[in-house]
Ligand binder design. Structure first.
Ligand code: ZN
Ligand code: ZN
Length: 251
């Protein structure tokens, strides 16, 4: 039986999808993120979190609150959101809703918060249930949210090199992302279509390869920034000291 998702969650995921599809590629998107509040000392739920993709750096954090409801965003909503931004160290925020906002909400928002209108008709036939299933056996009904498409190149010498004119650069495209419920990283090789599941907290994990058996592998780890904030990170590795961090999320 497919599990029906609540309407507010579908709206949140659509906003995450819109963000991920329009942002610069050096930023990565985490839907349904949990961030430890510096002031509150508790984990805060963030509808859509945007952080640096390639390095352990949370100094330019952006958060998004998606409110699917019939009432307009008012000044109280903006103030609560500013408090959340401060708690999780966000430098900018987006308040998204289908119905607009009051004039005082806009004045209070100033430069720190962007209030954005995303109408419900944008949903169309958008449905996270069509995304691949999370492969974490302990996860309940999570789906994989792809948020990056790294390409790795390999120089190959075709068998008919003398005729065809020497080495060719072969490109291998991947989808990288994480589960929208438990956050588990996944990588899909678009050549063989295999999906790999990558735990960040398994000390015995030595990395994962798709069935193409390419000269690279994928591995996740936990890293800490200068302020002591922990993040789970996904890396592509193709040699000693040759790796790229392709996705991140707080943990
Ligand atoms: Zn999951
Ligand atoms: Zn493959």
């Amino acid at each position: 039986m497919p599990q029906a998702r609540p309407n507010w969650e579908v709206y949140e995921r659509m906003v995450a999808r819109l963000m991920s599809d329009t942002l610069r590629t050096d930023l990565c998107v985490t839907p349904n993120a949990k961030v430890l509040g510096v002031k509150s000392g508790v984990k805060r739920q963030i509808d859509v979190l945007i952080d640096a993709r390639h390095e352990t750096d949370n100094t330019r954090r952006i958060i998004v609150d998606a409110k699917r409801r019939t009432r307009k965003i008012d000044v109280t909503d903006v103030e609560a959101f500013l408090g959340l931004m401060e708690d999780v160290g966000a430098t900018h925020g987006y308040l998204v809703c289908p119905t607009g906002h009051t004039p005082t909400a806009e004045r209070r928002a100033q430069d720190a918060v962007t209030i954005a209108l995303v109408p419900l008709d944008h949903l169309g036939d958008f449905d996270p249930a069509t995304w691949p299933k999370c492969m974490n056996s302990r996860c309940h009904h999570g789906r994989i949210f792809w948020t990056g498409y790294p390409e790795i190149y390999m120089t190959g010498l075709p068998l008919d090199a003398r005729i065809s004119g020497g080495p060719r650069r072969l490109s291998f495209v991947h989808h990288v992302g994480k589960c929208d419920r438990c956050g588990r990283f996944h990588v899909q090789c678009t050549t063989c279509e295999e999906i790999l599941s990558l735990p960040e907290d398994d000390d015995n994990d030595i990395g994962h390869q798709c069935s193409c058996r390419p000269p690279w592998f994928w591995i996740a780890s936990i890293e800490t920034d200068n302020e002591g904030n922990r993040s789970a990170e996904l890396h592509g590795v193709w040699g000693i000291d040759q790796y790229l961090t392709v996705d991140r999320r707080p943990c």
